[in-house]
Write a protein that binds this ligand. Structure first.
Ligand SMILES: Cc1ncc(COP(=O)(O)O)c(C=O)c1O
Ligand SMILES: Nc1c(O)cccc1C(=O)C[C@H](N)C(=O)O
Length: 421
């Protein structure tokens, strides 16, 4: 039996199916709409649809918007007609924040939901730069950070007259660059290309020892594994609603501001929905208590409602079990891919070490773009990322070990077919 035969032997599949039979999260898969003829490995870009969402969206559109109209904004408002009218859209961002908070180790009043991740990065950068001592002129980030993080820092720095230096260093050199001139770090915990996970706790502690504020981008963390912002003493964080939180395309982002900074982190995008009393229509901005002050304009009710319903999927999920399953899925994938990596020009980019791994696995391949095109045609839905990366995201809420097996089988067929030039 060759390694390939062993890899695809029925016994391998049945061992994986036995693992699936013991999976405490196996029942969660039934809460999602997933393609039957494909293996969806892109939940780190767009999470799959939770089945509860379409009915919620229909209700919001038909009843809350269609029938109740303007009355849906406010509950318990005597000017709106009757208790039946009370949908309380005004507080929807806060209700969604309260569902995200336990997933990231935060208190509900430390989380604001709305706008895009990019915009929330701008809010956090502007607040943190304002708080940092003026002699600290460096924004420290990774050379390979997600582009929008870099762009937002570049744009804000231009607005501030180029006062700051955006220092981009390789991940391995971050610690050595936590120097006295650094105002803040802007780091993404899990690298979107390689899946490498930084040590959020240790880097936060070391930054604090040197008087540096930290902003964490949790785009590929929130909902993928437990995050403990309060336990690690993080200052600020931001993340996407549409990846592992499954809130749908363009879902609102969340941002976190530690309670201890509420008195000193200004909301420079000071819109009326972050005012303590929006309908007072006061002339001066007076911030709402807690993180609500970072909600800028009218809440995006349709997308907030989708995210609100999607988050209920997590209500009975033990996040430690989620992490264990994520690691088991990525371990299985790496293991099954080993004979293929030995035979074809595939280079594993994702760390084998669990503490340094998010919930995705990536390989470099010289024809990565063509390989991914073929894979997608075969129903193995991963991502190509420039310049030469094959990226496979694993969502422990809905993937099984048998899915991993199917995916590797598809990858083998594409590589063997050689139609990748
Ligand atoms: C690390 C990271 N930050 C931010 C974003 C996206 O920001 P936005 O939601 O503003 O498009 C992504 C993915 O799109 C990402 O991977
Ligand atoms: N946000 C996205 C979008 O609006 C369109 C297509 C892809 C995305 C993504 O999420 C990309 C993703 N952040 C990544 O890690 O590559």
């Amino acid at each position: 039996m060759t390694v390939f035969d062993r890899l695809f032997a029925d016994s391998t599949l049945s061992q994986l199916q036995e693992k699936d039979a013991r999976d405490p999260l196996a029942h969660k898969r039934a809460e999602f709409k997933l393609p039957e003829d494909a293996v969806y490995l892109d939940g780190n870009s767009l999470g799959a649809l939770p089945l509860s969402v379409p009915a919620r969206l229909a209700r919001v559109a038909e009843e809350e918007w269609g029938s109740q109209l303007i009355r849906s904004w406010t509950a318990n408002d005597s000017a709106s007609v009757g208790a039946a009218a009370a949908q309380d859209w005004m507080n929807l961002p806060d209700r969604v924040a309260a569902k995200i908070a336990p997933l990231i180790g935060a208190q509900a009043h430390e989380v604001a939901v709305g706008d895009s991740t990019s915009v929330n990065i701008f809010k956090l950068l502007s607040a943190a730069l304002h708080m940092a001592p003026p002699q600290r002129r460096v924004i420290l980030t990774e050379a390979d950070n997600f582009p929008t993080d870099l762009y937002m820092a570049q744009g804000l720095n231009a607005l501030l007259g180029g006062r700051y230096e955006l220092r981009t260093v390789p991940g391995a050199e971050l610690e050595a660059n936590l120097t006295d001139d650094v105002a803040l770090t802007l780091l993404t915990e899990v690298d979107y290309r390689t899946g490498r996970k930084l040590d959020l706790a240790s880097l936060t502690a070391k930054a604090h020892e040197r008087g540096i504020l930290t902003i964490w981008d949790l785009a590929h963390s929130a909902g993928a594994f437990p995050v403990d912002l309060n336990g690690t003493g993080a200052d600020f964080a931001v993340g996407c609603g549409y990846k592992f939180l499954n809130g749908g395309p363009g879902a609102p982002s969340f941002m976190f501001v530690a309670e201890r900074h509420h008195g000193s982190a200004p909301a420079f995008l000071s819109g009326w929905m972050g005012h303590a009393d929006p309908f007072e229509m006061a002339r001066e901005f007076s911030p709402a208590p807690g993180a609500r002050r970072y909600v800028v304009g009218t809440p995006m009710v349709l997308s907030l409602s989708a995210l609100d319903a999607a988050l209920d999927v997590f209500a009975d999920v033990d996040m430690a079990q989620l992490r264990a399953k994520s690691l088991s899925l990525t371990d299985t994938f790496i293991e099954l891919m080993e004979p293929l990596a030995a035979q074809y020009p595939l280079t594993l980019m994702t760390p084998r070490n669990h503490v340094q791994r998010g919930s995705q696995v990536s390989y470099q391949h010289p024809q990565a773009r063509a390989v991914m095109r073929q894979l997608i045609m075969r129903g193995i839905l991963g991502d190509f990322r420039t310049p030469d990366i094959l990226r496979f995201g694993f969502t422990p809420l809905y993937h099984s070990h048998a899915d991993v097996w199917r995916a590797v089988q598809g990858i083998r067929k594409v590589l063997e077919g050689g139609e990748t030039a």
